[in-house]
Design a protein around this ligand. Structure first.
Ligand SMILES: [Zn+2]
Length: 533
């Protein structure tokens, strides 16, 4: 079925421009520029930007190319009324217009020229995988992540986060080519080579594109600072960034290519790694002509996909999923990427397995973040001495730093945390230190504080497996039970057994001597296990 934008000319292939002329002229809100009242032009300033969607009234807007003149941009209005193409939209006493054909910003965006039949999301996902693998060689699980990210880029407003893709690999591994492919496939792809460009914030804010940054140089401190700003406010909706006194919304899916993944674990954990390596396989060139052909082939179908499945994807996102064991951040990413697959069992299962692999890798990176190091240490302190019935009651900030640094040294890591850094990290986690007499500042491990530490651990994805010694991981026995670990589901699949208090028993002197030789494990002296958790 071809797109029909309210035009009476149903017998011919209906394209956006025919609908625009037919509908917009009769619609009070959608006034084409040629028919715009001069008074309106005089009194209401025009803004070159895509009007924001209005979910309350059910009115949504897509930016598209004018199919009769691809150098011009138009707006496709949809949702609570038949789809129509207009050249202006008035909203909140503001008139939104597309940029002029001479505008650089519009020419950089990948856009649909109309609406074409899209097919089921799972089928489209397979087609995206085929299109990408024709040009670049990517591991199958990472290829599926790329395809899911392409689909998700068309539904950013249905998710609670917009995932990032980190495309890494040496020179000649096809990173730029993959970014170009994403440009052809993603919603409003915007490929840039310089993240420092001042106008970038304006373009991103105006058009909500899928930002694709090529060859990001992490060693460049200016680029790094810009990237941090982009990332901090760009992955969660409703958190604008302030730059030069102005608010910019830069929420949306993004992809970055660089030689290596970011050394900052916090940045890396916001996204998924697509690692590429040079290949001897011959692949077709992806020049401008081929890119435009792919844009034409996919964009109009993807646009139809958004219109047709928007409500279903939003509903799917809210459905419970089996994401047990994933970190909280990866759970959000998994929901955002899986929702557009609309419950396709095979694809969803493969995607979650691929994300689980990524999460395990990310947890190794995360383990060197100050917050993670500090909370891991506090979780150890919460459970220290429980078996002997003598839990720790106070810990000093300096003691935490010293314990963390010993562990880092043992692991062969070259980073260290000062007591001051530990203090700042505790503060950032909402854990207030207090004076513990003349010996220094620290924490009193009260029941309330232990509860808070367990809460934070659950948020950071730290469980009893994280703090368990190697013997516990081998035997599956984690120690005595902790009600808080059980409450926050932090047992990590280990067994916890309550132990009986040792009963003093009188034995013959010869027997006692024998016992001291044999029993080197104090747990054996404390009697048999009583109860399994
Ligand atoms: Zn616990």
């Amino acid at each position: 079925m071809r797109a029909h934008f309210g035009s009476p000319r149903t017998s011919q292939r209906v394209t956006p421009i025919s609908g625009r002329t037919a509908v917009a002229a009769n619609h009070s809100k959608g006034v084409p520029s040629s028919a715009t009242n001069g008074d309106v032009e005089k009194h209401v300033p025009k803004t070159q930007a895509c009007p924001p969607d209005d979910p309350h009234s059910g009115e949504f807007v897509e930016a598209i190319r004018d199919c009769q003149d691809p150098q011009k941009m138009m707006f496709l209005r949809w949702g609570n009324r038949p789809e129509e193409v207009v050249s202006e939209i008035e909203r909140c006493a503001q008139i939104f217009v597309p940029p002029t054909p001479g505008s650089k910003s519009f020419q950089e965006l990948s856009l649909p020229t109309g609406l074409e039949p899209c097919g089921a999301p799972a089928k489209l996902c397979s087609e995206i995988i085929s299109a990408i693998s024709e040009y670049v060689k990517v591991q199958p699980d990472e290829l599926l992540i790329c395809a899911a990210a392409v689909l998700a880029s068309w539904f950013p407003d249905c998710a609670e986060v917009a995932p990032y893709l980190w495309i890494t690999g040496p020179l000649g591994s096809g990173k730029t080519k993959l970014l170009k492919l994403l440009w052809c496939l993603c919603r409003r792809g915007l490929l840039v080579g310089d993240v420092r460009a001042g106008s970038l914030y304006q373009i991103v804010d105006a058009w909500n594109p899928t930002l694709l940054v090529d060859e990001l140089d992490f060693s460049n401190s200016t680029a790094r600072a810009e990237l941090l700003r982009l990332l901090r406010s760009g992955s969660v909706p409703g958190t604008p960034t302030i730059r030069n006194g102005k608010r910019y919304s830069i929420y949306g899916l993004k992809a970055f290519s660089s030689r290596q993944s970011p050394d900052d674990a916090a940045l890396a954990s916001r996204g998924l790694i697509i690692s590429m390596s040079p290949t001897a396989c011959e692949t077709p060139a992806l020049d401008n002509f081929a890119m435009r052909a792919l844009e034409r082939k996919f964009q109009s179908r993807m646009c139809r996909l958004r219109l047709r499945y928007h409500a279903a994807v939003k509903k799917q996102h809210a459905l419970p999923m089996d994401l047990e064991g994933l970190s909280p951040r990866m759970k959000q990413i998994a929901r955002a990427l899986a929702a557009p697959l609309l419950g396709d069992r095979e694809l969803t299962a493969k995607l979650i397995a691929a994300l689980r692999d990524q999460d395990e890798q990310a947890s190794i990176e995360r383990s060197l973040e100050p917050e993670w190091l500090v909370v891991t240490d506090l979780m150890t302190d919460c459970h220290e001495g429980l078996e002997r019935g003598r839990p720790i009651s106070e810990i000093f900030v300096g003691g935490i730093a010293s314990s963390i640094n010993q562990r880092l040294k043992f692991q062969g890591e070259d980073i260290r945390l000062s007591a001051k850094k530990v203090g700042l990290t505790l503060k950032s986690l909402g854990l207030r230190t207090e004076s513990l007499g003349r010996t220094g500042r620290g924490l009193r491990l009260t029941s309330a504080l232990k509860l808070k530490i367990h809460q934070i651990a659950a948020r950071l994805g730290i469980d009893r497996r994280t703090i368990a010694p190697m013997t516990a991981l081998e035997t599956g026995y984690g120690g005595v039970p902790c009600a808080l670990c059980k409450k926050f589901k932090l047992t990590g699949g280990l067994r916890f057994i309550a132990l009986k208090a040792p009963m003093p028993r009188r034995r013959p002197a010869s027997d006692r001597r024998e016992l001291l030789k044999v029993v080197d494990n104090p747990r054996q002296q404390r009697g048999a296990p009583k109860k399994e958790e």
